[in-house]
Design a binder for this molecule. Structure first.
Ligand SMILES: Cc1cc2nc3c(=O)[nH]c(=O)nc-3n(C[C@H](O)[C@H](O)[C@H](O)COP(=O)(O)OP(=O)(O)OC[C@H]3O[C@@H](n4cnc5c(N)ncnc54)[C@H](O)[C@@H]3O)c2cc1C
Length: 447
């Protein structure tokens, strides 16, 4: 065999040792930097029976000390770590997760992405996030299946028409591309909809053509892989049980895997934010409630946009597998119940059948719930805390999946520099100062 053909053969099928590895994800495949995913990599692995794929992220034992610790390996925690490394060069970072990566709300949501909010600070951070989704697959070298298929929020009362027309005007001033469309245009975009519903006819809709969906697990996995590639430690099955302080300054955390020191601590734990704040000795204006969703059996493509119907209290899109992805409202009482309940299925499906009569003939496959973190004004908190060098990112409630990249960008900047223009208005003290960012219309049911 010539030298050239030997090199090409090695490149395509690896060496003999590689072919002998029974488990494609064996530890000795882990190198300092990840191989890039590409069409060529798929062809190469096809040629060698997929024995060469690397683990997407490493699972190291925790070190004694880090420059920064992030608690919570959901999308927001992982994005924070990613932008700490990418934008600010802080890579001695650990991300601690009590369960499995992406197993919280990030892996349980209905994946709607939009930025048609009313208030300027909200539009700024959600539009930043939406624009980062546009290039996320290339940025992370991971296909997050961003699908800007268009999102519409139905107006089914005169009051909603006024509200959404106002939002469309606000969005025009904020540089967010939305428009208020007629019932006829709604019917053109969504042929399966019944615009002459018995109780609530469709009177129009707020339409964001570049809103859409993405694959939620892939967002978490893509960020995790990129963080691991930068040398950060993702430590799963590691619950933070205490926040350690020296006077008023954070110095580390107690965990189920021992004590770990850090200079800076970022807490990004969604429905458990109040629990972590309690460990650090302060209170947060957050309530935790279960939010639920369900999917139908897969059917042929019938709806290629996302539709939200806030008046009847339900929303729906179709996944790439063909399932109708359906979500409703949050529980009306505080709880930490990470599962679905029968009364929600009944209420949500009843509501949607009025607008989409065809779904009455669908079988539902499964339902689930997540613990969402709600603030009084339905806007998030990205903030310093009463404890020095401890930062908190929470309050995304029913609608934080869409915000993941923008939120991570802002939280990383806040942790690295002490301030971020995107986060300035979202402090935890705004509730005491009466500076609410009221998004209860934009976020009431819609996600
Ligand atoms: C049913 C449902 C539908 C939704 N639909 C949408 C939607 O369509 N569009 C949208 O934009 N948003 C939606 N959301 C909201 C969205 O899912 C959340 O706002 C977002 O995923 C929150 O991400 P996160 O990273 O903050 O939280 P999570 O993904 O919940 O991550 C927090 C992590 O912290 C970990 N943790 C908690 N306590 C500790 C501890 N003591 N130590 C270590 N780790 C800890 C948890 O295990 C968890 O993995 C929906 C939510 C639900 C539940």
């Amino acid at each position: 065999m010539s030298q050239v053909s030997r090199v090409v053969t090695h490149w395509i099928v690896g060496n003999g040792q590689d072919r002998g590895i029974p488990n494609a994800y064996s530890k000795n495949r882990i190198r300092n930097h990840m191989r890039r995913y590409s069409a060529f990599a798929i062809a190469r692995e096809g040629a060698r029976y997929h024995t060469g794929w690397e683990r997407a992220w490493k699972s190291p034992a925790p070190k004694k000390r880090y420059d920064a610790i992030i608690v919570g390996a959901g999308g927001h925690g992982l994005a924070t770590a990613y932008y700490l490394g990418k934008n600010h060069g802080i890579k001695n970072v650990a991300i601690l997760e009590k369960g499995w990566l992406g197993g919280g709300n990030t892996g349980r949501n209905t994946t709607i992405i939009r930025s048609n909010y009313l208030q300027d600070p909200s539009a700024a951070i959600y539009e930043k996030a939406r624009s980062l989704y546009e290039t996320m697959s290339q940025d992370l070298n991971y296909n997050v299946m961003f699908s800007p298929r268009g999102v519409m929020m139905l107006a089914q009362t005169e009051h909603e028409i006024r509200g959404y027309e106002r939002t469309a005007h606000a969005n025009a001033l904020q540089g967010v591309a939305t428009e208020f469309i007629s019932p006829q245009r709604v019917k053109e975009l969504v042929p399966i909809i019944n615009i002459h519903g018995p109780r609530y006819p469709v009177l129009g809709a707020l339409w964001q053509p570049r809103g859409g969906t993405a694959r939620h697990d892939a967002v978490a996995w893509g960020y995790a892989r990129a963080c691991s590639d930068m040398g950060m430690d993702i430590i799963q099955q590691c619950e933070v049980t205490g926040v350690r302080r020296d006077g008023n300054k954070v110095i580390g955390v107690d965990t189920t895997n021992g004590t770990i020191d850090c200079d800076k601590l970022g807490v990004v734990v969604a429905g458990h934010s109040g629990v972590l704040a309690d460990m650090a000795g302060f209170r947060l204006p957050i309530e935790s409630v279960a939010l639920q969703a369900l999917v139908s059996e897969p059917i042929k493509p019938c709806m290629d946009v996302v539709v939200m119907a806030n008046t009847v209290h339900g929303y729906m899109s179709q996944s790439d597998k063909g399932e109708m992805v359906i979500g409703g409202g949050a529980d009306g009482y505080n709880n930490y119940t990470q599962r679905g309940s029968f009364h929600h299925i009944e209420e949500t499906v009843r509501a949607l059948v009025e607008t989409f009569p065809m779904i009455s003939r669908l079988k539902m496959l499964r339902q689930w719930g997540g613990i969402v973190d709600m603030t009084g004004d339905r806007s998030p908190i990205i903030s310093r805390t009463p404890v020095e060098n401890m930062f908190i990112n929470c309050g995304w409630g029913t609608g934080g999946f869409k915000a993941i990249p923008g939120s991570g960008w802002a939280m990383a900047e806040l942790m690295a520099k002490g301030a971020s223009p995107l986060a300035d208005e979202f402090t935890m003290w705004r509730f005491g100062e009466g500076k609410f960012i009221d998004e209860s219309v934009a976020a009431g049911v819609a996600h």
